[in-house]
Design a protein around this ligand. Structure first.
Ligand code: AMP
Length: 196
């Protein structure tokens, strides 16, 4: 690659059990390299502040640790990706914690393909054990972090996100990262795996 050549924009997906530090790693990476950080969970929490029907429904779903319907998720993703694409600059997008369901994954890849980004996708799997996830989440104390909700989110992870990981692995997009290290060491491994 020539030194002057513009770096390829990347669409980085960060997956991992609740509590694996996806958000922290997305922030670190985003700040260092100028990626836009697309946090679906956070944008849905913001949407839930509006106390209309959809807002209240999202709040209720998030409170139980279940998944918000896919069409609502794409109402957030599609314009965000479109805005980024139209601007034409920036290092890329980091999507943290999603896709959470197989068909979210299918639809997202279809959308990215439309923008010609299918070769720009990288998926990081920040791996921690279920026991470690439980320990970390109960310490964190967000409104959906009490014991029954945490258990439910871990169940949802096994049922919905593990098939997503398998699908993305088959596509050759998955990069494994050991999440049971210091934040700094996880970050270093992330950089190594992404080769950036
Ligand atoms: P997070 O901040 O990523 O832990 O997400 C918090 C909550 O937002 C989840 O428990 C879900 O209820 C909802 N959520 C986040 N991302 C998605 C997604 N991609 N699909 C459906 N629901 C989601």
């Amino acid at each position: 690659m020539k030194a002057s050549k513009k770096k390829k924009q990347l669409f980085i997906i960060i997956l991992g059990r609740p509590g694996s530090g996806k958000g922290t790693q997305a922030d670190l990476l985003g700040k260092k390299f100028g990626f836009s950080h697309l946090s679906t969970g956070q944008l849905l929490r913001n949407r839930a502040k509006k106390k209309d029907f959809v807002g209240r429904t999202i709040k209720h779903i998030q409170g139980t640790g279940a998944l918000v319907p896919t069409p609502l998720v794409f109402q957030i993703w599609s314009p965000y990706i479109e805005r980024f694409f139209m601007k034409g600059k920036g290092r890329g997008i980091i999507l943290d914690g999603s896709p959470r369901k197989l068909y979210e994954a299918y639809l997202l890849l279809e959308l990215l393909e439309m923008y010609g980004w299918q070769k720009n996708v990288r998926v990081l799997n920040i791996a921690i054990s279920p026991k470690e996830a439980m320990r970390r989440l109960l310490k964190r104390g967000r409104f959906d972090d009490d014991a029954p909700d945490v258990k439910n989110r871990l169940r949802v992870f096994n049922k919905e996100v593990v098939p997503v990981l398998k699908f993305l692995k088959k596509k050759g997009m998955l990069l494994h990262v050991n999440g049971e290290q210091t934040i700094e060491d996880v970050h270093k491994e992330v950089l190594k795996k992404l080769k950036i």
